[in-house]
Design a protein around this ligand. Sequence first.
Ligand SMILES: [Zn+2]
Length: 202
Amino acid sequence: MHEGFPYGSIEVISGGMFCGKSEELIRRVKRASIARLKVQVFKHSIDNRYNDILVTSHSGFTYEAHAVVNIEQIRKLLKPDTQVVGIDEAQFFSDSLPALCRELADNGIRVIVAGLDQDFMGRPFGPIPVLLAIAEHVDKLTAICMKCGRPATRSQRLIDGKPAPSDSPVIVVGASESYEARCRNCHEIDDRKLGLVEQELQ
Ligand SMILES: [Zn+2]
């Protein structure tokens, strides 16, 4: 169905961790490659490796992605004949990502963005909320809650197996932490900080 757009467009694939966002991005990119469209994929590299070519394999399909740390690097690496642009881990880019996506789509490029819609506290994450608003097509995928087995929309952050303190930073590189997919009911937030989340959402 997405192949039907005759001109530039923005598609967002969003949801919590483990919901299959990257796999869906790769599926669409693979189909575009089969259609002989010129494709470039970019992935935010949180640990500062940049301009590397990542080769990632999911379900037997290998694809190349430029590992970048900011939007300027995407601009530098973009080729003039590219027709489809994939952007993975999009939540880590700055607030100017929506402007770039709009510019590309206005110039006839199909832009496919994958990223987390909420951080570990359940707050809207980075540039994703704006992208959800300006996209032609949005898919919110769900994982499976690791506590109750229902569809999961949240990412539970755990440090030593316990819910992370709410005042821990959103992005920690190299920390010994883990994440679980959780549903709204099973997602645990420090009660003392819950008010702050609600304030931010108002
Ligand atoms: Zn649950």
